[in-house]
Write a protein that binds this ligand. Structure first.
Ligand code: DLL
Length: 432
C-alpha cells in the first residue's frame, strides 16, 4: 500500500526533471529572500540564473551547522514571522541550539513525507500508536505524531520516560505500533521482560525506531524482543526532522523523499561527488521548504545511495543505514573506528546484553579503547572459565573487525546507564 502512489512510483527521469526544476526554484527563492544566501552567492559571483544543470548546482556553497549558529535564531528564515506557525530546535550538546521554523504548508508536506514511510512499512489507520519520543522542541515526537495522524491512526502522545508505565499502557491500550529511539526501544523491551510480560501479552506489531544510528543487528534484536517488524527512518532538524528518508516493509534501505529533498554523497575530504553505492557524507537540499530553505546542508552523516528501483515498486532512491558521522569517528592509534562497528559485533552475540559503553583514553602517548559490555545472563558471572572464553571471543572479533586491540570488560546485566532518547555510548577522556 502507498500513501502517495503517483509520487512514490515516478520514473527516474520524472524524478530528476522535477528535482532540477525545483533546485532552480529554491536557489532563486533562497537568494531573493535570505540575505545569508545572497551574500554567499555574490561573494563568488554566482547568480541563480547560472544554475541550469545538476553539475552547475555543485558550485553552490555548502551550508553548515555553524551557519545556523551565526544566524541564530531567525536570520535564515525566508518568510516574515507572521507566516511561521511552528518552531523546533535541535538539542545540541554545546552552545546555542539550531532553531528552525515552518509555515503551514511546510507542516503539511512534513506530515506527508512521514506518512509515506509509515504506510510503506505497514502502518495503517487501524493502528494505535505509542509515541515514546520526547515531546518538545525535538522534531521527532511532533513529526511522527503529525504523520500518523495523517494516516488516520490513533496516537498516544505519551512522550519518553517512566518506562514501566509505558509498558502498562502499551498493554492496556492495546497499542499496535511503538515509536522510540532504538536504544530506548531496547530498554523498553528489557523492562517488559523484567515486569514478567512476554510479547504475546501485548498487541504490538510494528516498531518505528529512528533518530539515532542503529545497526541491522540492533533491529534484529528489537524484532526478537517484541516479536514485531521494525522500521528505521532518518531525518535532521536543519532540513525538517523525520521524514527525509524511511524504510519500506522490505527493510532494504531508506527511501528518500526525493521530490522534497535533493541528496548528494560527497567525498569526506575532497567534497567531490561520489558515484552510486559509494560511501561519503550526505549533503541535503530542501526543494520545497518555504519557511527555511536550506541549500547543500552538510549533514556529517556517512552513508551511500542506490537508485535501483525497490522490490516494493517505489522508485525513490534508497540510502543505506548511517554508518557513522564524520564527527563520531574515533581515531585510535591512527585507526578509524566507528561506534557502529562495535555495536554490530556485540548485537550479534547471544551472550551479550543490550547495552555497552565505549571509553577512549590516553595513557602516555598511547590511545586506549575499552568497551564495557553487559552480559545477557548474570549466571555467567558464576563461571569464570566461561566468562574468560567469552571475553576472548569478543576481543578476537574486535581485532578482526577493527584491526586494533580492545580492552573488554564484561559487566552485570542492567548495570550500565539506560537512555530514554538518543544514547550517548562514547566517553572520550583524551582531552579532559
Ligand atoms: O533526530 C530527526 C529525527 C527524529 C529523525 C525522529 C528520525 C526520527 P536531530 O535531533 O537534528 O533530528 O538529529 C539529527 O540524528 O544528523 C543523524 O546523525 C542522526 N539520525 C537521525 N535519524 C537517524 C537514523 C532527528 N535513522 C541527527 N539513523 C542526524 C542514523 C540518525 N542516524
Amino acid at each position: 500500500m502507498f500513501f502517495q502512489k503517483e509520487i512514490e512510483t515516478m520514473s527516474r527521469k520524472e524524478i530528476e526533471n522535477l528535482q532540477l526544476e525545483r533546485i532552480k526554484h529554491i536557489v532563486a527563492y533562497a537568494y531573493d529572500n535570505v540575505p545569508f544566501y545572497k551574500e554567499k552567492f555574490d561573494k563568488i559571483g554566482l547568480k541563480p540564473s547560472h544554475i541550469k544543470t545538476f553539475r552547475d548546482y555543485e558550485n553552490v556553497p555548502f551550508t553548515t551547522k555553524d551557519d545556523f549558529r551565526s544566524n541564530y535564531p531567525y536570520s535564515l528564515f525566508a518568510v516574515p514571522m507572521d507566516d511561521i506557525v511552528r518552531i523546533h530546535a535541535s538539542s545540541g550538546t554545546t552552545g546555542k541550539p539550531v532553531v528552525v521554523g515552518y509555515t503551514r504548508k511546510d507542516l503539511d508536506i512534513w506530515s506527508d513525507v512521514v506518512a509515506r514511510f509509515i504506510v510503506s512499512s505497514g502502518g495503517r489507520k487501524s493502528d494505535i500508536v505509542q509515541n515514546a519520543f520526547g515531546y518538545g522542541l525535538f522534531t521527532g515526537a511532533l513529526g511522527l505524531h503529525m504523520g500518523w495522524e495523517k494516516v488516520g491512526a490513533t496516537v498516544v502522545p505519551i512522550s519518553s520516560g517512566n518506562t514501566e508505565r509505558q509498558i502498562m499502557l502499551m498493554k492496556d491500550l492495546k497499542v499496535t505500533a511503538l515509536i522510540a529511539t532504538p536504544s530506548y526501544g531496547l530498554y523498553m523491551g528489557e523492562t517488559m521482560l523484567n515486569m514478567g510480560l512476554k510479547p504475546s501479552d501485548l498487541s504490538l506489531r510494528l516498531g518505528f525506531f529512528g533518530a539515532e544510528a542503529s545497526t541491522k543487528e540492533t533491529h534484529e534484536q528489537l524484532r526478537k524482543i517484541f516479536g514485531i517488524k521494525t522500521n528505521d527512518n532518518y531525518g535532521l532538524t536543519e532540513v525538517m526532522g523525520p521524514g527525509v528518508a524511511g524504510e519500506c516493509y522490505l527493510n532494504d534501505g531508506m527511501h528518500i523523499a526525493e521530490d522534497h529533498f535533493y541528496a548528494e554523497i560527497l567525498n569526506k575530504e575532497t567534497f567531490k561527488s561520489m558515484g552510486e553505492n559509494e560511501y561519503g557524507e550526505l549533503v541535503i537540499t530542501t526543494l520545497t521548504k518555504e519557511g527555511l530553505p536550506v541549500l547543500r546542508y552538510r549533514t556529517k552523516d556517512i552513508t551511500r545511495i542506490s537508485k535501483k528501483p525497490c522490490a516494493c515498486s517505489r522508485t525513490m532512491a534508497r540510502m543505506d543505514k548511517i554508518i557513522g558521522r564524520t564527527d563520531d569517528m574515533l581515531i585510535i592509534r591512527g585507526v578509524n573506528v566507528f561506534p557502529s562497528q562495535i555495536e554490530a559485533v556485540l548485537m550479534d552475540m547471544e551472550e551479550v546484553g543490550n547495552s555497552f559503553e565505549i571509553i577512549v583514553d590516553r595513557v602516555g602517548y598511547m590511545d586506549t579503547l575499552e568497551v564495557r559490555i553487559e552480559i545477557s545472563d548474570e549466571k555467567l558471572l558464576l563461571d569464570y572459565g566461561l566468562l574468560e572464553k567469552l571475553r576472548d571471543r569478543i576481543r578476537k572479533k574486535f581485532k578482526e573487525v577493527l584491526q586494533i586491540d580492545v580492552k573488554v570488560k564484561l559487566v552485570e546485566p542492567m548495570s550500565l546507564q539506560r537512555f530514554e532518547g538518543k544514547a550517548r555510548r562514547v566517553k572520550d577522556l583524551r582531552n579532559k
